[in-house]
Design a protein around this ligand. Structure first.
Ligand SMILES: Cc1cc2nc3c(=O)[nH]c(=O)nc-3n(C[C@H](O)[C@H](O)[C@H](O)COP(=O)(O)OP(=O)(O)OC[C@H]3O[C@@H](n4cnc5c(N)ncnc54)[C@H](O)[C@@H]3O)c2cc1C
Length: 544
């Protein structure tokens, strides 16, 4: 049992993937934190299963990318999206997506996206966090109350195992406590967004050899279309014997009886077969963003800050982006070099990303459900309807294609309004979903370039600030180093004389933040490196 300390620098509420990632990032930085989770942390209904390429880049930084690749999801399992009348029925179209072992990944990253369902991914994050001496995780422990004052936050928490209440004093608190966030509620922060999108039901069922029942090449996700349009999806959640049926539903609450669940499983699979229902969860699919991501000493991250339709697999990936943005800023504040405006930049940077991903996720849902309006012709369900199936299937596949190929969302998000990035007036961020063109403009993710067979430029970033001196004649940046030492900002300098780096970074000097985003770039040492460092650590406002 974890001993609950009476004081801790950072208290994290919630041990889902975002809370665990934040605990891991803080611990990796040497920041002490306590994570409290009210449940036992065991996942019986895996929700996320798609780990995006940017999240994998963070895992690479933390040294756990191989753990994800070695998770028990079978690496030879094709990831095809298959459009069917039912799994054993007619196949309308198939979007081929390579199995993890065959996926070469995008040229713009040293990593690739991975398939790793939550009951495999959360334990990896937990293993990472608990491997770090500064991290303490306490399960069966619930936040009851928070009170903030000038010098810290007092939290009342209940250890359900012993029934004991504890008071914990923290410098900072982060609510990673999910869609129904108690931290958000205690802060009276409203969520803004449209009404419920659908009332859906997710069912995990077990069948030892479903492939023999549906008798088609394997796939990851089967999208089931009936005469009324899209009604369900079936996902190979562990690539072996467990499947997740999503009964998508609509804007009205469903009456979900065990009989209805079994009937829908048989309908979606298209056969009478033996299976075991392991768990059923009914939930409301929403798009909503917290009006505030927090302030002072209390912040929100992950689903506590934004909820979105799972269509597109962006929820957790957005949340881990929040955790990484917040991790180094909390470290800087606790270490004393973070300026008074540093934490305010968290919301400015991350809220627009949450908004954009939530809105795109709803658009993915809208496209997925379009067959409810553009219903398939009757011939699609008849033996002679081969041509109609091909036509309808192609139309549908082209429509939803971007849900599966959203590199621009994963790698292309930028922080154009950040008060701590010296953005360039002539740079317009390209907000595209499928396309990503690397840029080293301040506010963007510092691009990946292979420095040798195994080393990416990304491997240089993470702990403190990094100043890249690029090209054979890059200026000596001693003034920068002196200014960083003066302001106690951790700064490492790397000289890179490599044509691909020069092409990707387009400047002789590039200052990269601890989270791997570009803060400033230029071709010569500025006359005031002290000012630049004061701005990027949130200690000085940018000149208008
Ligand atoms: C069907 C489905 C598929 C999805 N697929 C993907 C995907 O492929 N990729 C992706 O990126 N996202 C996906 N998502 C979204 C993803 O699952 C969520 O965005 C993610 O789980 C959010 O993580 P979190 O840590 O913010 O919150 P949660 O996972 O909700 O964790 C919050 C934790 O806080 C705890 N808690 C709450 N209140 C308290 C309290 N007072 N004290 C202590 N603990 C508390 C809860 O017990 C919970 O464990 C999917 C979602 C669904 C529904």
């Amino acid at each position: 049992m974890t001993e609950i300390p009476s004081a801790v620098p950072v208290l994290i509420i919630g041990g889902g993937p975002v809370g665990l990632a934040l605990a891991g990032d803080l611990g990796w930085r040497g920041v002490s934190c306590l994570l409290v989770e009210k449940s036992d942390g065991v996942i019986t209904q895996p929700r996320m299963d798609g780990v995006g390429v940017r999240t994998m880049e963070f895992c690479r930084r933390w040294g756990i990318d191989k753990w994800v690749e070695e998770a028990p999801y079978p690496r030879d399992h094709p990831q095809d999206n298959v459009y069917v009348t039912s799994m054993a029925g007619y196949e309308l179209e198939r979007e081929p997506v390579p199995a993890p072992e065959a996926d070469r990944g995008p040229r713009q990253s040293p990593q690739r996206r991975e398939r790793c369902p939550q009951d495999m991914f959360d334990p990896i994050l937990k293993r990472f966090a608990t491997s770090l001496p500064h991290v303490r995780l306490s399960y069966h422990t619930e936040l009851l109350e928070l009170a903030e004052d000038e010098s810290g936050v007092t939290a009342r928490i209940l250890d359900h195992t012993s029934g004991t209440e504890h008071t914990v004093r923290a410098d900072y608190v982060v609510g990673c406590d999910g869609a129904g966030s108690t931290v958000r509620g205690m802060q009276d922060i409203p969520m803004t967004g449209p009404d419920v999108l659908t009332y859906s039901t997710n069912v995990i069922f077990r069948c030892d050899d479903l492939a023999a029942v549906y008798d088609k090449p394997r796939g990851y996700r089967f999208i089931c279309i009936g005469p009324e349009g899209t009604y369900a999806t079936v996902v190979a959640i562990n690539g072996r014997d467990r499947w997740r049926l999503s009964i998508i539903g609509d804007g009205s609450r469903q009456e979900v009886t065990p009989e209805f669940v079994e009937q829908t499983i048989r309908r979606a699979v298209g056969a009478d077969f033996e299976f075991e229902v392991l768990s059923t969860v009914s939930w409301a699919r929403r798009e909503a963003i917290a009006d505030s991501y927090g302030s002072g000493r209390i912040y929100l991250a992950g689903d506590a800050a934004h909820v979105m339709s799972p269509t597109g697999g962006l929820g957790m990936n957005s949340g881990i982006g929040d955790a990484v943005d917040l991790g180094w800023k909390l470290d800087a504040m606790l270490a004393g070099w973070g300026g008074s405006e540093l934490l305010a930049s968290y919301e400015v940077e991350r809220r627009p990303v949450g908004q954009r991903n939530a809105s795109e996720s709803s658009e993915n849902l809208r496209r997925l459900l379009l067959p409810r309006e553009e219903t398939p012709p009757a011939a699609v369900f008849e033996p002679g309807g081969t041509q109609e199936r091909a036509q309808y299937g192609k139309w549908f596949r082209d429509l939803v294609h971007r849900e599966w190929f959203s590199l621009g969302l994963h790698l292309g998000y930028e922080y154009p309004n950040s008060p701590i990035c010296l953005t360039e007036p002539n740079h317009e961020p390209v907000w595209e979903v499928t396309r990503y063109e690397p840029t080293a403009a301040p506010g963007a993710r510092a691009p990946h370039v292979w420095l040798d067979e195994k080393t990416s430029t990304l491997d240089l970033f993470g702990r403190g600030f990094v100043l890249l001196r690029i090209g054979a004649d890059s200026p000596n940046a001693q003034e920068f180093v002196d200014a960083a030492a003066h302001q106690k900002v951790p700064l490492a300098v790397h000289a890179l004389d490599h044509p691909d780096v020069s092409t990707a970074y387009q400047a002789a000097l590039v200052l990269v933040r601890p989270d791997g985003f570009v803060a400033w770039r230029g071709d010569s040492v500025p006359h005031d490196p002290e000012t630049i460092l004061a701005i990027v650590r949130g200690a000085q406002a940018q000149p208008c």
